[in-house]
Design a protein around this ligand. Structure first.
Ligand code: NAD
Ligand code: PRE
Length: 385
């Protein structure tokens, strides 16, 4: 977690802000707002979750007394998607002067549930005008306050999802929150959002989980060969099953549609590999189908935006063998800094049998030779590509 001290009055969000749900997202938002000098109140059905968020510096608790007495101006609901509409509706009723947003990963189902509450008389249309859904495209595979980070939202897209009746002032306040937390706000309708995240977030989660699930009964011998490819594909397979079950069923139609397309592609490849397995690798069509799978993936991955949401830039990679002991990685980074080179990205692969890590530094191509020579001259073992 990032250690930063509070600064007063640097954000445009007016407090107090009430954060309901003090897990990963709520605590991260509470930390960033508190550091920016905005008073934050925390609520959570779990006493231990809210106490942990308070102890980490994300805000104050009702249980402790001494809360800022002014009513909240903004409520941020950061609870699982399946309970979000109930919590949003209660917040709209309890805090009649506040704008209410939620950060759930699905949007259309929550808006439909809130609209149904208006139709049933449990909420007024004027209440609903103060609600603007949102979704920061930032997170990680761990849940709870302990994984929170004040910089979680930094440079990430934050989708602001107004509905037809949202008050313009409410939309502006949610956009301001996104900017205050370091994000880049984008505006979309609920269904447009859900279709987009099915493709870029929900299906990747399913496929990562399915690949990792194949490992459950794998031999230890096979697992000992695991390299960076497997680690890259399975990082998000460690995500919370309860949260993701609610996300997947909450966006069932768009996720099903994307998975059907993936499953058609998979069936084509399986068919070609079946022919190669039975009739030999050079059986007509097999190479074409295999290469097409990877080639279409190349075309897709080249469209994934790079760092800070900009166009993906090609970096040169310099791989260095780093002894797996205290301070070695810090020493490597310090040497790279002394050489005047900026590290754009870094990945580590641990050799399973030796106490050494392969550290791959991504740098701008112009710096690669200087870095390689400089590290070599200072005794680092640079692995030639
Ligand atoms: N995890 C991610 O990467 C990520 C990213 C973007 C958005 N989101 C969305 O943010 C929301 C929160 O996710 P998270 O990862 O912080 O989950 P989390 O499990 O870390 O935290 C959720 C918190 O909500 C509390 N809670 C549950 N029901 C409640 C209720 N009725 N009232 C008050 N508190 C309640 C839980 O006790 C828990 O502390 C979800 O809707 C999720 O879809 C998650
Ligand atoms: O980086 C991760 O670990 C995430 O899963 C983050 C991620 C994503 O898919 O980008 C996951 C779900 C959220 O709704 C938003 C962000």
């Amino acid at each position: 977690m990032t250690e930063r001290t509070a600064t007063t009055g640097t954000l445009s969000t007016a407090g107090p802000v009430l954060v309901i749900g003090s897990g990963l997202l709520g605590t991260s938002a509470g930390l960033a707002l508190s550091i920016g000098g905005v008073p934050v109140h925390l609520q959570d059905t779990s006493p231990s979750a809210r106490a942990l968020a308070r102890d980490l510096g994300a805000g104050a608790l009702l249980d402790d007394g001494g809360l800022e007495t002014r009513a909240p101006q903004l409520v941020v609901v950061a609870v699982p998607p399946d309970v979000t509409s109930d919590v949003v509706a209660q917040a709209l009723r309890d805090h009649p002067d506040a704008v209410v947003t939620d950060v759930a990963s699905v949007k259309a189902v929550i808006l439909a549930e809130l609209t149904a509450k208006v139709d049933a008389g449990g909420l007024t249309a004027a209440d609903l005008a103060r609600y603007v859904g949102s979704h920061p495209m930032a997170g990680r595979e761990r849940s709870g306050a302990a994984a929170a980070d004040a910089d979680l939202f930094s440079s990430r897209p934050w989708v602001v999802v107004p509905h037809a009746g949202s008050a313009p002032g409410a939309v502006a306040r949610v956009r301001a929150l996104a900017i205050d937390l370091g994000s880049v706000p984008l505006q979309m309708g609920a269904q447009e959002h859900d279709d987009a995240v099915a493709l870029v977030s929900h299906v990747p989660q399913v496929l990562s989980s399915l690949v990792a699930a194949r490992l459950v009964e794998a031999d230890d011998g096979a697992l000992a060969l695991a390299g960076q490819g497997l680690r890259d594909v399975t990082r998000i397979a460690a995500s919370d099953p309860r949260l993701w079950a609610a996300i997947l069923v909450g966006n069932a139609g768009p996720v099903r549609d994307q998975l059907r397309l993936v499953s058609e592609d998979l069936a084509t490849l399986v068919h070609a590999l079946d022919a190669a397995a039975q009739q030999g690798p050079l059986t007509p069509g097999a190479m074409a189908a295999a290469s097409d799978t990877v080639r279409r993936g190349n075309a897709g991955v080249s469209r994934v935006p790079g760092k800070h949401g900009g166009a993906r830039r090609s970096y040169a990679e310099v791989t260095v063998l780093v002894p797996d002991s205290e301070g070695q990685l810090g020493r490597l980074f310090a040497t790279v800094g002394d050489l005047g080179v900026n590290i754009e990205d870094v990945t580590m692969e641990h050799a399973t049998q030796h106490r050494v890590g392969m550290t791959t530094l991504s740098v701008v191509p112009e710096a690669a030779d200087r870095l390689t020579e400089g590290l070599d001259a200072r005794g680092w073992r640079v692995v030639q590509a």
